[in-house]
Design a binder for this molecule. Structure first.
Ligand SMILES: *[C@@H]1O[C@H](CO)[C@@H](O)[C@H](O)[C@H]1NC(C)=O
Ligand SMILES: *[C@@H]1O[C@H](CO)[C@@H](O)[C@H](O)[C@H]1NC(C)=O
Ligand SMILES: *[C@@H]1O[C@H](CO)[C@@H](O)[C@H](O)[C@H]1NC(C)=O
Length: 506
């Protein structure tokens, strides 16, 4: 209902409120890219280094976690290795393949820092086999989630004041016992890509990540299944709806492609193709559940730029599917595969209502990775760039309002985010300021500006899907106004892509 009312209001106000269309180009992309890495810094958990700390309102937190460090998933404080991995992968990927854009913005160092932060946590989540004092051997394990989600969601306040001195629950998958092909496929891809990004700067650290990537990749292959099904402990989490992934062949395909890039072993390419053939339906969306478009894009990069170029198994199939089923429908937005265009120009799925801008920005990232595979004068490249630019410009404010916190014209000021909703403590008189559910219910702007975070963006389904106004800047609206690690991932890569491909302002 709120959406309908907002829609009517917008129509009445539109003529008077419309100002000159804002311009977006390299200046804005550089600024937004820099802010995006600030968002990842605001999400940090664990011991925060004092030197170079850029988010003044965050301190060290959750120092008693079974694995300390990493990033908080979204506006909450659980740590999903799965979304840490997705974000680490996309950041490393963009810094490798669109690195000119990172450099042009002066952000390559921050990109490496962010990827290292993510990879360090993922590596720490992988516990090696261990011999116990009584002679029993514990197999390899992987800590996929920290924080009991229901308990976590019932807490509203600062991460610095949560579970102080108290360990949180860890969900641990065990090799030989639990399948986790989707989770470990994503984690091994993240570690392999970050190995590539940092092997020249930190050879020893990077090669330890490659070793772990290989171990986790082989565990992902040896016992197949989705991680949310295999662990009895995880079933209440699953029932609460917190499932990151419902399929795994796409993640094995993605992982195999990155294992090839990291090692040069062509057997990985043959395997990637076998997972592609085994997938009965290739999902055309690009989010944490569905990574087939990402896997196809990296395999086509391999086909274009590496020694495997001439005879990459599956190349023709990846190419025609990615073009006809993903990139063209998203660029046309005329209803093909349910991708439509809002009145003010956002391309989206007609029936997805949650975190739509994440999907859009992810596809923009893939479109730019793909564009970089064509010669500069190619029409196909120009169309891909134009599509990606239009969508990133929409995130930044081409509709008249920005969907990035702390950026541009009328940005969101009430993103659903616990830490940002809390007032600064101590206050000017040195008194401690408490933070709890009153901060959630407050209609005031967040006291802390979570700069660089992309919010979920316009929702609405079916006939309402073309409205740009089914969005409210309300802290209580987690479907449209939450922020998340994975929302910013493709968006960050796309900003680097627009800069790398030198897209001029318009
Ligand atoms: C050895 O210790 C572990 C951990 O306490 C326990 O789970 C296992 O059953 C013990 N094994 C034997 C043979 O006592
Ligand atoms: C969408 O546009 C493309 C390209 O113009 C066209 O081939 C296709 O038939 C259109 N689809 C629909 C559902 O209108
Ligand atoms: C962060 O640390 C500073 C310095 O110790 C302290 O004054 C401040 O209250 C802390 N803030 C939070 C949110 O923990």
């Amino acid at each position: 209902m709120a959406g309908v009312v907002a829609g009517i209001k917008t129509i009445l106000l539109a003529p008077a409120a419309r100002a000159a269309a804002p311009t977006f180009g390299p200046t804005q992309y550089k600024q937004a890219l820099g802010l995006s890495f600030l968002f990842y810094e605001a999400q940090r958990s664990g011991k925060l280094p004092e030197a170079g700390k850029r988010v003044a309102w965050r301190n060290s937190s959750h120092l008693s976690d079974p694995v300390v460090g990493g990033w908080y998933d979204a506006g909450d404080h659980v740590k999903h290795a799965y979304t840490v991995a997705l974000s680490t992968l996309y950041i490393s990927w963009a810094a490798l393949d669109l690195s000119a854009g990172m450099s042009a913005a002066g952000q390559l160092g921050y990109a490496k820092q962010a990827a290292k932060w993510g990879a360090t946590y993922l590596a720490a989540c992988h516990l090696p086999a261990a011999k116990l004092p009584n002679g029993t051997t514990l197999p390899e394990r992987f800590v996929g989630l920290i924080g009991e989600p229901n308990e976590d969601h019932n807490y509203w306040g600062r991460p610095e004041e949560d579970h102080v001195g108290l360990p949180r629950k860890a969900y641990v998958w065990q090799r030989g016992k639990h399948a986790a092909s989707d989770l470990l496929g994503m984690v091994s891809a993240a570690l392999a890509s970050t190995f590539m990004l940092l092997k020249a700067d930190s050879p020893q650290l990077a090669s330890s990540w490659l070793t772990k990537a290989q171990q986790l990749h082989s565990w992902a292959l040896e016992k197949r299944g989705i991680y949310s099904d295999s662990l009895p402990d995880y079933q209440p989490v699953k029932q609460a709806g917190l499932v990151a992934s419902s399929r795994y062949l796409d993640k094995l395909m993605l992982s195999s492609a990155w294992m090839y890039r990291a090692t040069g072993n062509a057997a990985h390419l043959q395997r990637a193709y076998s997972f592609w053939k085994a997938e009965s339906y290739h999902h055309t969306m690009l989010d944490y559940d569905s990574q087939t478009p990402a896997a196809a894009a990296v395999l086509l990069h391999i086909a274009r730029f590496t020694a495997a170029a001439s005879n990459l198994p599956g190349k023709a199939g990846y190419e025609s599917w990615l073009t006809s089923q993903v990139l063209l429908p998203w660029a046309w937005a005329n209803g093909t595969n349910s991708i439509i265009r809002t009145v003010k120009g956002m391309h989206r799925h007609q029936y997805y209502t949650w975190g739509n801008l994440r999907q859009t920005a992810n596809v923009a990232f893939i479109a730019l990775l793909r564009a970089a595979q064509f010669p500069a004068a190619s029409q196909h490249r120009k169309h891909l760039i134009a599509f990606a630019k239009s969508q990133i410009d929409y995130c930044l404010g081409s509709s008249g309002r920005s969907f990035v916190v702390g950026f541009g014209s009328s940005p969101p000021v009430r993103a659903h985010h616990r830490a940002a909703s809390c007032k600064t403590t101590p206050d000017s008189k040195g008194r401690h300021v408490t933070c709890g559910w009153e901060a959630y219910w407050s209609t005031a702007p967040n006291p802390q500006v979570l700069r660089g975070a992309l919010v979920g963006g316009p929702g609405g389904s079916g006939a309402q899907a073309t409205s740009d106004s089914v969005y409210q800047d309300s802290r209580q609206d987690y479907a449209q106004n939450e922020v998340a690690l994975d929302y910013n991932a493709g968006y960050t890569g796309a900003l680097a892509g627009l800069l790398a491909l030198q897209v001029p302002a318009s």
